[in-house]
Design a protein around this ligand. Structure first.
Ligand code: SAM
Length: 269
């Protein structure tokens, strides 16, 4: 993973939440929130909460005596999430790097993480840190994306960007969000960190956007791909965004577009 891949700052949080969240994250967030509630935890820690799509789904479901702590590495993402969250006295917000969580041992019944693990620089160390703050029978529940070939718009955007910059292809999407999907490797990582009762399920959904340009903007402006494109020179961000929109439109048309997304949902205790 390159250093900038973890930087969700500047105008990324707003584009992320406005364009990308409705495109690919909402259905998976509802799914995670429903799964967590089955276990009726009294204390929940969310890591890598981003612009707050899971907090909006889960915050509405938790009972009045449940403690829900929401964290992310990037304060701008957390600020964005906080201002969109309906007031709820059960919720607390805290900037936190998963690699060194600022919480005591055995503090939470459940830890939830939506599409965050791919970003963590050392997966076993991150999972060990999660295990440390979980109570002995606590549950970790998270999801990750499948490979980029099974996530159509991300794949088409990466193809378009690579056609424009063949010498230096901007591979953020392939490298990081779609870089941690091998089920055997994931299971082994969890086992090495001390987790048992590991269940991995696949989940397929459709992503829809009002136009091909909207889908292209979601990925190019609302993710750290933006950092990579801006580093390739002035005008590169807009040039790749338009090329990605044209490439999506070639297969799905210019107006409302819909294509498959696929990920895995993992529980471990
Ligand atoms: C793809 S976003 C997912 C955000 C949110 N969970 C969602 O579903 O929209 C990945 C998130 O991981 C966060 N992140 C990256 N590295 C992190 C770390 N070391 N510790 C905690 N969060 C991290 C980023 O700030 C970003 O918000």
């Amino acid at each position: 993973m390159e250093n900038n891949d973890k930087n969700f700052t500047g105008s990324i949080p707003e584009f992320y939440d406005t364009y990308l969240v409705p495109l690919i994250f909402e259905e998976f967030a509802d799914d995670l929130a429903t799964r967590i509630m089955v276990e009726s935890p009294n204390s929940i820690l969310e890591i890598a909460a981003g612009s707050g799509v899971v907090p909006r789904a889960l915050g509405a479901k938790i009972a009045a005596d449940v403690k829900y702590t929401i964290t992310d590495l990037n304060q701008p993402m957390l600020d964005y999430a906080k201002q969109k969250q309906p007031k709820n006295p059960n919720i607390s917000w805290q900037q936190a790097d998963v690699m060194a969580l600022p919480f005591e041992d055995n503090a939470f019944d459940a830890v939830v993480c939506q599409f965050g693990f791919m970003f963590f620089p050392d997966k076993i160390a991150a999972m060990k840190e999660v295990k440390r703050v979980l109570k002995p029978n606590g549950e970790l529940i998270f999801n990750v994306w499948d490979c980029i070939e099974n996530n159509v718009f991300a794949d088409l955007v990466t193809q378009a960007a690579s056609q424009i910059h063949p010498e230096n292809p901007p591979l953020f999407l392939e490298r990081t969000p779609h870089g941690f999907y091998d089920n055997d490797a994931m299971r082994k990582t969890l086992q090495d960190a001390g987790f048992k009762s590991i269940i991995i399920q696949d989940k397929v959904a459709m992503s829809t956007a009002p136009s091909a340009l909207h889908a292209a903007k979601a990925y190019c402006h609302g993710t750290p791909l933006r950092n990579e494109l801006e580093a390739l020179g002035e005008g590169s961000l807009d040039q790749v965004t338009q090329a990605a929109a044209d490439w999506i439109a070639k297969f799905y048309g210019k107006a409302e577009v819909a294509a498959q997304i696929q990920g895995f949902v993992i529980t471990a205790s």
